[in-house]
Design a protein around this ligand. Structure first.
Ligand code: TXD
Length: 311
């Protein structure tokens, strides 16, 4: 069997950084595709020229043609507009729906067996759209957001406790929006719940900073949104799939009754392997956490309903 092939759609900040991490970790060969002529080609060549220094033997090709993506194992879809200051993720809905819908239709023509991982915002709606457009089994279409939100949560806790970020295992559920649900009782530092380590008001402040985590970066950058932590998060998902690791990673997946939620994409811990979503982990949430998760899922459902024209 040859090396796995990952197509990254969108050669912008998230796409290019994702491609770079996949190459440097030697997870797969990469095809980087964008509508802008020259952009993916230039970034791909620049990355290949780093290979002698970095020592990786994986390859990247830049292209504007879907023919070159043929037989990809995984698509990471990052194409679209990013948020500007003051813009909500939902403002991006209609514009990015057109973009993502078009991409999925092209992508699946050449890769019938691929796994699709969406990154474009509004994330949960774009994932639903990608599933509909692809007509794939829902286990092969899921989105990246929860891992990023959990990574931010973990970092803020590590900062507060002055411990190593890798010692923290954090859990954020729900849609990728202002209603996301940080879950302190399942957030641990060296196995101990954070609720035993920090006072409640400090935890609530960190929860809120996590919900605002994307906006905090947008405010600094002014002309774009985060990409280092987002690309790390999506690459962890890609690796768990391609190496069939079965890691449990907070992901935006299609729910069929888990957590009492049905027929909508929403962020929950999911076991990711070579066939995609292997199972959903059902945590024993408090009534308040469960209510917050339902509110978040209903918001996603309302936004998906706005898509009827595009789907
Ligand atoms: O947690 C998450 N899911 C997210 C989501 C975390 C960070 C960023 N998130 C979203 O990813 C963000 O709100 C955007 O919707 C996407 C991409 O963010 P990025 O920062 O990479 O945006 P850029 O740098 O503007 O790159 C977008 C690229 C750009 O090169 C365009 O030319 C390209 O997308 N683009 C296309 N490529 C291929 N095909 C089509 N149709 C197309 N349209 C635009």
């Amino acid at each position: 069997m040859g090396k796995p092939k990952v197509t990254v759609v969108g050669a912008g900040f998230v796409g290019a950084t994702t491609a770079q991490r996949i190459l440097e970790k030697e997870i797969a060969d990469v095809v980087l595709i964008d509508v802008v002529d020259g952009l993916p080609q230039g970034k791909a060549l620049d990355m290949m020229e780093s290979a002698p220094v970095e020592g990786f033997s994986t390859k990247i090709t830049g292209t504007n043609r879907y023919e070159d993506t043929k037989d990809s194992d995984v698509f990471v879809i990052t194409a679209g507009l990013a948020r500007k200051p003051g813009m909500s993720r939902d403002d991006l809905l209609m514009k990015n729906a057109e973009i993502v819908g078009g991409i999925v239709s092209e992508a699946v023509k050449y890769s019938r067996n691929a796994i699709l991982i969406t990154v474009t915002n509004p994330l949960d709606v774009m994932t639903f759209l990608a599933w509909k457009k692809s007509r794939f089994d829902h286990r092969r279409v899921f989105g990246m957001a929860g891992e990023l939100d959990s990574a931010r949560y973990a970092y803020f806790i590590a900062e507060a406790l002055n411990c190593k970020p890798a010692e923290v295992k954090a859990m954020v559920l729900g849609g990728h929006g202002d209603e996301m649900v940080p879950v302190p009782q399942f957030t641990t530092v060296n196995g101990k719940p954070v609720t035993d380590l920090l006072p409640a008001d400090k935890i609530e402040a960190i929860n809120q900073r996590t919900r605002d985590g994307g906006a905090e970066i947008v405010k600094y950058l002014k002309t774009g949104s985060a990409y280092y932590a987002p690309s790390s998060s999506v690459v962890r998902m890609v690796r768990s799939v391609l190496q069939d690791r079965g890691e449990v990673i907070p992901s935006c997946v299609y729910l069929e009754g888990q957590y009492g939620i049905k027929g909508v994409y929403c962020g929950v811990p999911a076991k990711l392997g070579r066939q995609g979503v292997m199972s959903v982990t059902e945590l024993d949430l408090t009534a308040a956490e469960l209510k917050a998760l339902h509110t978040s899922a209903e918001h996603v459902r309302e936004n998906c309903a706005k898509l009827t024209v595009a789907v």
